[in-house]
Design a protein around this ligand. Structure first.
Ligand SMILES: [Zn+2]
Length: 233
């Protein structure tokens, strides 16, 4: 059973190595995800700022409009004071009333636009905070990943050596196939056989395969995996 036990150990080392490598890959992925989040927050901030610029422009335009309308009104009032026909007087009065009404609407609109600019100011400060938080998260994640990396690399290096040691049980002709399997499937190159069933493909071994495995020979499942007997718990 030395070979079977050796294969079990080899598989276990491969699984440990894969998990360390997963952890090593997870770090940069986590940082990348946080960078994506920052980019999103930045876009949100820019959009709100653009909204504010637009509102301000609108308020400025309406202010200009109001000023020119007020100048026109002053003009009409001068004319009203100097007019000497009743008909002209009535027309001017009507125009002044209409313009005053339009100006009061304009004043409300300007107030409204200024209020919105103020509201957007709060939104901008919130969005700026969100950007700062996202940046801080990236810094935190980056230093976390950097702090863990050296230890994980060391673990991986040790496991690689242990895997190489454990491969000694493989005869040279099997080693070639095994290398190809590892290149293709990583730790899943090996599969335990549990109660006569391959745990990779869940198909029962043929009677001949079962005999081979039980007698300690190196065997492959129909799914291609290098199989070994699951040791008793
Ligand atoms: Zn299988």
């Amino acid at each position: 059973m030395a070979v079977q036990n050796g294969l079990f150990i080899l598989h276990d080392l491969h699984l440990q190595l894969a998990s360390v490598q997963d952890e090593l890959n997870r770090g940069p992925r986590m940082v990348k995800a946080k960078e994506n989040l920052l980019a999103k927050r930045q876009v949100e901030l820019d959009a709100i700022k653009a909204q504010q610029t637009e509102r301000r422009k609108l308020a400025d335009q309406k202010n200009l409009q109001l000023k020119s309308s007020e100048a026109k009104l002053a003009d009409l009032r001068t004319k009203l004071n100097m007019c000497n026909s009743n008909r002209e007087f009535d027309i001017l009065k009507g125009q002044i009333a209409a313009d005053e009404m339009a100006n009061s609407v304009l004043e409300d609109e300007i107030l409204d636009a200024m209020e919105q600019v103020d509201k957007i100011k709060t939104q901008i400060s919130d969005a700026e905070k969100a950007v700062a938080v996202a940046k801080e998260e990236i810094n935190k994640a980056t230093s976390q990943v950097a702090a863990a990396e050296a230890g994980l690399q060391e673990k991986a290096a040790k496991l690689k050596l242990a895997v190489a040691d454990a491969e000694i049980i493989l005869p040279d002709d099997v080693k070639l196939v095994y290398r190809r399997l590892v290149a293709a499937f990583g730790a899943e190159a090996l599969a335990a056989v549990d109660k006569g069933v391959c745990t990779a493909c869940y198909v029962s071994l043929s009677p001949q395969q079962a005999v081979e495995v039980r007698s300690g020979k190196i065997a492959f499942c129909h799914c291609g995996k290098l199989i070994y007997l699951k040791p008793p718990e």
